[in-house]
Design a protein. Structure first.
Length: 331
């Protein structure tokens, strides 16, 4: 089957969940799709479903400015994982297990320390403060114009970031949707807009990562385009079989982060701009305004060229895409 036909089939499949609309929970049909990650419903055709990891094409309709709706949630405690100091890169646990409670949100004790957020049940790893070169990796001949401006960036405060993308199970928990024994529960959620992803992260006590935080965490100190060999770290078009996969099946980076490259592309908090002109050297927040939001990491639909730490592109924040999900940070 040709690539275009496979993508059309993927877009024709969908799973409907409960989702937020205009600040209220609204119900849509729910079900299970065996071919794609479970997600809120996305139309099979039309401008809201654009199966490409290339920069977003301008919509023929007016583009709304995105906002983060809803009141902020109290910051939840984190819970120690079963074996936070082992350095193991085995697949993350699905639940809290026999973890002990840590009093309040605190700095990590060491890079890659893993705790569990009891709100969404997902593991988060500690990323220490530091500096790195953001943008096109030295010697990378595949960089596009939006990546070219290599510049020094300092992250002055450490943060916790999800060791995996947000899963279908966690998103159902957010929506207070009945938990089902579905095969896709440990797959990453997709077909969620930037607005919906932001609401989830606020509920979990955090936010979407900035683009700089995302790249800093993804690189894990590496200056190479990827933090490991392509096939060992990422699901992409050549090995994905035309679908996303269960979290944590590929090799993690040094911070114990899985699928930072491939599987599902990830929303960041920044507005997208073509290049880094005017970007701050400390804790950059991205462009002050725009029409698209930054997406990073590439996905199961991406070519190998797009599975690189510096590859960046933008998508319309009010739309849903079958290859885009997210992970959260807690500062």
């Amino acid at each position: 089957m040709g690539r275009g036909r496979v993508r059309a089939v993927v877009l024709s499949l969908g799973l409907s969940l409960w989702f937020w609309k205009s600040g209220e929970r609204s119900s849509v049909m729910s079900g299970v799709s065996s071919g794609t990650a479970a997600a809120p419903h996305v139309p099979a055709k039309g401008p809201t479903a654009e199966p490409s990891d290339s920069p977003a094409r301008e919509s023929p309709r007016p583009v709304r400015k995105a906002t983060q709706a809803g009141a902020s949630s109290p910051v939840p405690h984190l819970i120690s994982s079963d074996n936070p100091g082992s350095g193991s890169q085995s697949a993350p646990a699905a639940g809290v297990g026999s973890a002990s409670v840590v009093s309040g949100l605190r700095q990590g004790r060491f890079p890659g320390e893993v705790l569990v957020n009891p709100v969404d049940g997902l593991q988060y790893a500690w990323i220490p403060p530091g500096a790195f070169e953001m943008g096109c990796s030295p010697g990378d001949g595949e960089c596009e114009p939006a990546e070219i401006s290599l510049h020094h960036v300092t992250i002055t405060n450490g943060f916790w970031i999800g060791t995996t993308e947000v899963t279908v199970r966690a998103f159902r928990r957010f929506l207070q949707s009945p938990q089902e024994a579905a095969d896709d529960n440990n797959r990453p959620i997709a077909n969620v807009s930037w607005n919906e992803a932001s609401q989830y992260c606020r509920w979990a006590g955090g936010s979407l990562p900035t683009e700089a935080e995302w790249e800093y965490a993804a690189r894990g100190g590496s200056e190479s385009p990827r933090y490991g060999t392509l096939g060992s770290i990422a699901w992409f078009w050549e090995n994905s079989g035309g679908q996303p996969h269960t979290i944590g099946m590929k090799t993690a980076n040094v911070y114990k982060l899985y699928d930072m490259l491939g599987n599902i592309a990830e929303w960041c908090s920044d507005w997208y701009s073509l290049g880094y002109e005017g970007s701050s050297e400390q804790n950059p927040q991205g462009a002050p305004s725009g029409e698209s939001r930054v997406v990073r990491g590439g996905s199961w639909m991406s070519t190998s060229r797009e599975i690189r730490a510096s590859y960046r592109y933008g998508y319309l924040p009010q739309n849903r895409y079958p290859q885009i999900g997210f992970r959260c940070v807690k500062r």
